[in-house]
Design a protein around this ligand. Structure first.
Ligand code: SF4
Length: 133
């Protein structure tokens, strides 16, 4: 039996209060933020600039991250460092790491070359971060 998706009422939405302590990673200053989401409004304190508010909103609604890792190569003693070509949803990192376990690079690559597409999991690709001959 299929259940109807849960939909919060507008009244419930107004009652929801989320308070989170965050460290803004947008610049090296690393401001300590306190973000409060209540009644459909976000208030942020501790931010040194406007970008801190944008960061806090993204963290509370759809956190995104760049991912760096390594993939196997034909040479068992050598790994190829890779990174995503864009930020991906934080909750997809585990699935992307699983996908990378099956990748083996068996040819020379240049820095910035696409190594694997992430289409089954999310948008974007993994690209090489160095040359490999
Ligand atoms: S709030 Fe502004 S100044 Fe503070 S870490 Fe974020 S970007 Fe940098």
């Amino acid at each position: 039996m299929l259940r109807k998706p849960y939909k919060a009422s507008a009244c419930y939405e107004r009652m929801v209060i989320i308070v989170k302590n965050l460290i803004c990673i947008t610049c090296p200053t690393g401001c300590r933020l306190e973000a409060e989401y209540a009644g459909g409004k976000l208030t942020v304190s501790g931010n040194g600039c406007k970008r801190g508010e944008e960061f806090a909103l993204a963290e509370l609604t759809n956190p995104m991250r760049s991912l760096t890792s390594t993939v196997r190569t034909a040479n068992p003693l050598m790994m190829l460092p890779v990174r995503t070509d864009r930020e991906i949803p934080k909750d997809k990192i585990g699935e992307v790491m699983k996908l990378l376990r099956g990748v083996v690079v068996e040819r020379p690559v240049t820095c910035g070359e696409i190594i694997a597409g992430l289409a089954p999991v999310c948008d974007g690709s993994m690209i090489a971060t160095c040359d490999m001959s």
